[in-house]
Design a protein around this ligand. Structure first.
Ligand code: S3P
Length: 446
C-alpha cells in the first residue's frame, strides 16, 4: 500500500441552506504542528507524547515516513501518540519509497531532514503533489551538500542523496515559505556549525518554537521587518509532551460558516493563535465580523484560545500583500466570505496560491464564477464583488484540493440554491470528520 495511487471513488457532496449553526465546534489538531511533532519526536531522545495530533492523511503519511526512517511511532489506547526518537544523527536509510500523499509540507520537511544523512531517500506523492515545484527546497539543500534528482528537474518522484559532510549555510528565502525555512532548519540539525535562514517576510514559526521547546539553540533576530534565524547544529533534543492546538486553518471553515449563516453562534475551543497564523481573524474583523477570543493560554510553546463567533454583516475590504503569509491557506474561505459581504474585496500578493494543492487562485475564481459570483484575477490580485449573497446552483471542481472543497461547501450552506463539490474525498487530508461536525452544528451537507 505504501505507494498505491488508486484514488478512492470521487465523493460528490452537496451543501444546502440550513438554519443557524449552534454549539461547540471541536476542530482537529493543527496540521503544521502535527507534522513537526512527529518529526521532532522522531529525533528527540526518549518518548515524546503527543496529544491532539491531527489524524488526517497528510500527517499519517509523515508518521509512516518517520517510521521508515527509524522512529517508533504508536497510537495508544489513551488516544495519545507516542514517538520514540533515534537522536539527531540516528536516522536509518528508508527501505522503500516515502509516499507523502497530498502533502507539500510533509515532503519538503522530510527532504530537508534527510539531506544531512549519507544515504538515499526516494519520495513520491499523489497526482496533485507530483505537479508541485520542489526547486525551492532543492536549491538550498544542494548548497548544503545534498544531491537531489527529480523528474523534470524539480517534480516528484525525487531522490535525495544526503551529504556525508553537510555544510552550514546562510540562506535568504526567495519566497515567503515556512516549508522551505523548515527544510533548511531540519537539514541544519545534523550539520555541524551554525546555519542561518533570513526571511524577508516572516512566516509561521512552529519549527523554531518546537525546536527550542525540545532543547535546540535557535536564535531569532528582527531587522527592519525581516527575521534572521540562526540554529546551532547537532543539538541534543530531549522528549517533552506536545499538546497540539486546534488548527486555525481548519477552524476557519465553521467560523466563516457561522458568520454567514443567520442566527448562528459557535464556540471553537483551543484554537492556535500564533500571531503568524491569524491574518484571517484580522481581515474578518476589518470586514465587521463579531469574533471574541477568551481564555488565552500557552500549550506546547504555542498561544491558544477559545473563539466565539456570531452571525455578522460583512463588508468588502482591501487585504494587503504583506498579510498573505499569515493567512496563506485561508484565501479560499476568505473569498467565500467576500462573496457574501457587501462590496468589493481585493486580495493582493497571492502568487503562492498557484502552487498549492491546486492552482488555488484559478480554482477560487472558477468556482465563484460557476456559482454566480463575480470575481477576477489580475496578476497576483483576486477581486471579489460581494453582493451580500450568492446564487449557487452549480457543481464546483475541487481539483484534489481539500480547502477548495470545504470552502465551497460552506458557501453552499448560504447560497440561494445548493452547491455541489465534485470530489470531496481530499477533505480527509486535513479535516477528517468535517461533514459530520458541520451537520452536528446544524449544516445540511450530504
Ligand atoms: C506550511 C506552510 C505553508 C502552508 C502549508 C503548511 C507549513 O506553505 O501553505 O499548508 O506547515 O510549513 P508554504 O511554506 O509553501 O507557504
Amino acid at each position: 500500500m505504501a505507494h498505491d495511487h488508486s484514488t478512492p471513488k470521487p465523493a460528490t457532496l452537496t451543501a444546502r441552506k440550513s438554519g443557524g449553526l449552534q454549539g461547540v465546534a471541536r476542530t482537529p489538531g493543527d496540521k503544521s504542528i502535527s507534522h513537526r511533532a512527529l518529526i521532532f519526536g522522531g529525533l528527540a531522545l526518549g518518548k515524546t507524547e503527543i496529544s491532539g495530533l491531527l489524524e488526517g492523511e497528510d500527517v499519517l503519511n509523515t508518521a509512516r515516513a518517520m517510521a521508515r526512517l527509524g522512529a517508533a511511532i504508536v497510537k495508544d489506547q489513551d488516544g495519545l501518540w507516542r514517538v520514540t526518537g533515534v537522536g539527531v544523527g540516528g536516522l536509518a536509510e528508508p527501505d522503500d519509497i516515502l509516499d507523502m500523499g497530498n502533502s507539500g509540507t510533509g515532503v519538503r520537511l522530510l527532504m530537508g531532514l534527510v539531506a544531512a544523512y549519507p544515504f538515499a531517500s526516494f519520495f513520491t506523492g499523489d497526482a496533485s503533489l507530483r505537479k508541485r515545484p520542489m526547486a525551492r527546497v532543492m536549491k538550498p539543500l544542494a548548497e548544503m551538500g545534498a544531491r537531489v534528482i527529480a523528474r523534470q528537474g524539480d517534480r516528484l518522484p525525487a531522490c535525495v542523496i544526503g551529504a556525508a559532510e553537510p555544510l552550514p549555510i546562510d540562506y535568504t528565502l526567495p519566497v515567503a515559505s515556512a516549508q522551505v525555512k523548515s527544510a533548511i532548519l531540519l537539514a541544519a540539525l545534523n550539520t555541524p556549525g551554525r546555519t542561518t535562514v533570513i526571511e524577508p517576510e516572516p512566516t509561521r514559526d512552529h519549527t523554531e518554537r518546537l525546536l527550542r521547546y525540545l532543547g535546540a539553540s535557535v536564535r531569532v533576530e528582527e531587522q527592519n521587518g525581516a527575521r534572521i534565524i540562526a540554529i546551532d547544529g547537532q543539538p541534543e533534543l530531549v522528549a517533552r509532551p506536545i499538546a497540539v492546538p486546534a488548527d486555525p486553518s481548519s477552524a476557519a471553515f465553521p467560523l466563516v460558516a457561522a458568520l454567514l449563516t443567520p442566527a448562528s453562534k459557535l464556540t471553537l475551543p483551543g484554537v492556535g493563535l500564533n500571531p503568524l497564523r491569524t491574518g484571517l481573524l484580522t481581515t474578518l474583523r476589518e470586514m465587521g465580523a463579531d469574533i471574541a477570543i477568551t481564555d488565552e493560554r500557552e500549550a506546547g510553546g504555542e498561544p491558544v484560545g477559545d473563539i466565539v463567533v456570531q452571525t455578522s454583516r460583512l463588508r468588502g475590504v482591501e487585504v494587503p500583500a504583506a498579510r498573505a503569509p499569515s493567512m496563506i491557506d485561508e484565501y479560499p474561505i476568505l473569498a467565500v466570505a467576500a462573496a457574501c459581504a457587501e462590496g468589493i474585496t481585493r486580495m493582493q500578493g497571492l502568487g503562492e496560491l498557484r502552487v498549492k494543492e491546486s492552482d488555488r487562485l484559478a480554482a477560487i475564481a472558477q468556482g465563484l464564477a460557476a456559482v454566480g459570483v463575480k470575481a477576477e484575477i489580475n496578476g497576483d490580485t483576486l477581486t471579489v464583488h460581494g453582493r451580500g449573497k450568492a446564487p449557487g446552483g452549480a457543481t464546483v471542481a475541487a481539483r484534489l484540493d481539500h480547502r477548495i472543497a470545504m470552502a465551497f461547501l460552506v458557501l453552499g450552506g448560504v447560497a440561494d440554491s445548493p452547491i455541489a463539490v465534485d470530489d470531496a474525498h481530499m477533505i480527509d487530508t486535513s479535516f477528517p470528520g468535517f461533514v459530520a461536525l458541520m451537520n452536528d452544528l446544524g449544516a445540511a451537507i450530504s
